[in-house]
Design a binder for this molecule. Sequence first.
Ligand code: SAH
Ligand code: DHB
Ligand code: MG
Length: 219
Amino acid sequence: MSEKSWTEIDRTIGRLFASDPAAAAALEASEAAGLPAIELAPGHAKFLMLLALIRDAKRILEIGTLGGYSTIWMARALPVDGRLISLEASEEHARVARGNIERAGLSKVAEVRVGKALDWLPRLAEEGAGPFDLVFIDADKENNPAYFDWALKLSRRGSAIVVDNVVRHGAQDTTTHSGNVRSFMELVAKDPRVSATVIQTVSIKGHDGFALAVVTGEE
Ligand code: SAH
Ligand code: DHB
Ligand code: MG
């Protein structure tokens, strides 16, 4: 099957299953502000929302906000007393995301915290922000092992941890980035605290994949 046909099919999937006007407006505003178009494909963002619904998630943590596209989709699954915290290093991305979240009518449940995720995560632990039912890791990939560890500290049995882009550029070749990607897979695969898998994907964003880990231990 060619790249062209799966791209077309993914556009159809997005249109049929993931056409939320506020999410579409968020994409437009992000593009207008010059943010890179590296958000989730619509069908994958919807999948995260469905995961949050399956988990009956009340607390969601996101690492890597960009313009708030995935944030908006996940926040849609929250009850009125639910809470999503999204961590973003870039002031500019956070500013755009806050506008998008506000326009989506979600600022009561979703907040963006500006700063490096590794500075925020210990503070979240201190303030007792967890345990989170769903954690979405989608920031600087070299910190994925540390983020995964924090996700575990801030979650509980049954929590779901999703890590984006674990296949990007092909996990089997020998470039440094992919080397990191494969070693991250190995790390998740052997972690006794979770039961996990990696799903490869094709979408409007090309060939990629995400890891899904469910916390099985008592930690
Ligand atoms: N989850 C978004 C896409 C995130 S793109 C979506 O699907 O809509 C990755 C984001 O991570 C970028 O906005 C980037 O600025 C941010 N980022 C990079 N390094 C970071 C760090 N150390 N801490 C927090 N955010 C970081
Ligand atoms: C890219 C895609 C992503 O989903 C991401 O989180 C970072 C970068 C990319 O296409 O370069
Ligand atoms: Mg990503």
